[in-house]
Design a protein around this ligand. Structure first.
Ligand SMILES: *[C@@H]1O[C@H](CO)[C@@H](O)[C@H](O)[C@H]1NC(C)=O
Ligand SMILES: *[C@@H]1O[C@H](CO)[C@@H](O)[C@H](O)[C@H]1NC(C)=O
Ligand SMILES: *[C@@H]1O[C@H](CO)[C@@H](O)[C@H](O)[C@H]1NC(C)=O
Ligand SMILES: *[C@@H]1O[C@H](CO)[C@@H](O)[C@H](O)[C@H]1NC(C)=O
Ligand SMILES: *[C@@H]1O[C@H](CO)[C@@H](O)[C@H](O)[C@H]1NC(C)=O
Ligand SMILES: *[C@@H]1O[C@H](CO)[C@@H](O)[C@H](O)[C@H]1NC(C)=O
Length: 581
């Protein structure tokens, strides 16, 4: 059975690989394959990733207008063709058949017209009738005002949509009627109401507070601003990169952006304070009313996509596999000098599927299933007792480029530390109670990108606290010992996670890729992404451990870990630098 399965998989992948290369050959490919990983010689670029998306060089930030069109996934992103620092921002363009391997195409949008001369900034794609994709993006105009522009594919028969034409009607939306021209950006994917009108949101700030302006249009060219924003908050500053989309309450499939029925709730996401925050609510398209369940930063509610390093994200509906997929920008946490030296800055997260949880109170994220095609060598064990104060090496895989899934079960919860009601900030709590602070139940978890002697280590771990009528589970990502160098930021991140440790195992999955660790706790109920720059724990000098620094033993019912092979990221043409005047 297993053997048969293997054969089928191999056949499939051979066909896929041939298809991939044929397509490239037909396009005059220049290969920019990334350096071979895991050779014994030190690479000169120890922090470049193996299976995350990043361009060959230079600066990258927000994901823009991701979409699925005629069997091809498109990713556009904010890109500086000249340097590893922000500036001269264009829309770079890459395509994929599986969201893992990528072909870089020519830049899709470059500054050059009065309405975007100072930059082609973030935006989204929308499918108009007849499945015609269009781009709405923010331009920084001749007066450095932010305006919203339209671009359309030059040739709809080209499935790769290589060329884009800016509309002669640009700009479509300008900062008039008291809108702050410096804070008017990042249009969402538009959706169509039952009245046939298109609606789109634009991020904005008014009197220091965040809001999402609503515009409506019949023809996608002439837009009028609604009197009321769709939502606003007096507790936040500027909202960047808003996102607004339905999720199905049965928590099974993704939902197309315009779909509206009684089986959906709506998500509004806004990027502020270096995080992507979201609220859930009920949206009525007839009135464009959006009633939120719990507002941004209300009643200690702090719903975020990711409690670590993850910003300016965007979702899209994948009509092929009926799922909604989330992309996020992962910043560097070293400094600009380091970035210039490396020649690059910024990663995209592994795309995540996004669904409503069974409780209806939060979203659940999980790495795309396609990423599992990168699995190679596997090690696993079951039912292992981890004594209090012990460390267990997980050997046999490439610990610098790996996927790890582990679960923990606990028997003596009664002895858990008492929760203090004043501990409301999980990030602060994790930085006070680091991996070195021992209690009865925890810290336990994994040490990734660790040196053999543990001088360097990034600890992703849990603690359980007891309160009067329940237990509280804290998830932390402790970067304080991630590098022996002083330079990079070593912020410690934390999140409370909705797990009942009496009745369920505490699970963790971490995607490790040289300088990034994306961790999913409780099957995707809390995510924490960290960037780290180890000096010792690089390539084959990186190790992986499970650890329990609590005083009581914990059990590991299962642990599976895989080496991950490199994604293929190639360029179909030598990327031309745009001509800037
Ligand atoms: C932007 O482009 C101009 C013109 O090529 C170049 O001189 C400048 O250094 C670039 N700025 C950045 C920040 O890349
Ligand atoms: C449009 O794209 C199709 C498919 O790639 C191609 O055959 C056709 O020549 C293109 N048309 C133009 C005008 O470039
Ligand atoms: C949203 O709709 C659900 C189902 O009708 C309802 O239970 C809930 O109270 C509504 N939420 C708000 C904020 O109106
Ligand atoms: C905040 O909490 C109070 C007291 O528990 C409750 O009455 C109120 O409805 C909550 N507000 C929101 C927006 O959830
Ligand atoms: C466990 O705690 C001890 C004592 O605080 C500390 O020295 C050690 O580094 C901790 N282990 C890990 C894996 O953090
Ligand atoms: C940047 O960090 C490196 C070490 O990672 C340090 O040597 C350098 O002085 C730092 N530069 C600045 C401008 O802070």
């Amino acid at each position: 059975m297993t053997y048969l399965k293997l054969e089928v998989t191999m056949e499939k992948s051979v066909v896929l690989v041939i298809g991939f290369w044929l397509l490239l050959l037909g396009n005059g490919v220049q290969s920019h394959r990334q350096d071979k990983k895991h050779q014994s010689l030190p690479r000169d670029q120890p922090y470049r990733t193996g299976y995350h998306f990043q361009p060959p060089k230079n600066w990258m930030n927000d994901p823009n207008g991701p979409m699925y069109y005629k069997g091809v996934y498109h990713l556009f992103y904010q890109y500086n063709p000249y340097a590893a620092v922000w500036g001269n921002i264009t829309w770079a363009h890459s395509i994929s058949y599986d969201l893992v391997n990528w072909i870089n195409l020519d830049i899709a949008l470059s500054p050059g017209d009065p309405f975007d001369i100072n930059g082609c900034w973030s935006g989204s794609t929308t499918f108009l009738s007849g499945e015609k994709p269009v781009i709405l993006y923010t331009g920084s105009d001749t007066m450095n005002r932010q305006v919203q522009n339209l671009a359309e594919p030059k040739n709809l028969s080209d499935p790769l949509l290589r060329e884009w034409v800016k509309s002669s009607h640009n700009p479509l939306m300008s900062p008039v009627d008291g809108i702050d021209p410096k804070n008017f950006r990042d249009p969402t994917t538009a959706w169509q109401g039952p009245d046939g009108l298109w609606r789109v949101l634009v991020g904005n700030e008014m009197d220091g507070h965040g809001r999402a302006l609503l515009y409506r249009s019949q023809d996608f060219i002439t837009w009028s601003q609604s009197k009321e924003p769709i939502h606003s908050s007096t507790r936040t500053g500027m909202w960047e990169c808003p996102d607004f989309y339905p999720v199905s309450i049965d928590g099974k499939n993704g939902v197309e952006t315009s779909s509206l029925d009684k089986f959906t709730k709506h998500v509004l996401k806004a990027s502020f304070d270096n995080s992507d925050h979201y609220v859930l609510g009920n949206y009525t398209s007839v009135t464009d009313n959006f009633l939120v369940d719990t507002d941004f930063l209300d009643n200690d509610s702090d719903l975020r996509y990711d409690y670590g390093n993850f910003y300016a994200s965007k979702t899209f509906f994948d009509s092929g596999k009926k799922r909604r997929i989330l992309w996020g920008w992962i910043l560097e946490s070293d400094n600009t000098t380091d970035d210039v030296k490396k020649g690059w800055s910024g990663l995209q997260s592994i795309p995540r599927t996004i669904l409503l949880s069974k409780t209806g109170k939060q979203l659940i994220q999980w790495p795309l299933e396609e990423i599992e095609k990168q699995h190679t060598i596997k090690v696993s064990f079951e039912n292992k007792e981890l004594k209090g104060g012990s460390v267990l090496e997980v050997s046999g895989i490439t610990a610098s480029q790996a996927d790890v899934e582990v679960s923990f079960s606990l028997s003596s919860l009664k002895e858990a530390e008492l929760m203090d009601p004043s501990w409301v900030d999980p990030k602060l709590l994790c930085s006070q109670k680091t991996a070195s602070v021992r209690s009865n139940v925890g810290p336990f978890g994994i040490l990734v990108l660790a040196s053999k002697d543990l001088t360097e280590q990034t600890a992703i771990f849990f603690r359980v606290f007891r309160s009067e009528d329940n237990y509280v589970v804290l998830m932390c990502s402790d970067q304080s010992r991630s590098s022996v160098e002083e330079g990079p930021q070593k912020t410690i991140y934390g999140a409370f996670i909705d797990i009942d440790p009496l009745n369920e195992k505490i699970s963790l999955r971490s995607l490790i890729d040289h300088s990034i660790v994306e961790s999913f706790g409780g099957e995707g109920r809390a995510c924490i992404t960290a960037r780290v720059y180890p000096k010792l724990a690089i390539d084959n000098q990186a190790y992986l451990y499970a650890f329990n620094n609590g005083t009581l033993d914990v059990n590991i019912p299962t642990l599976n870990a895989w080496s991950m092979k490199n994604a293929q990221i190639v360029s179909s043409t030598k990327r031309r630098k745009p001509n800037l005047n």
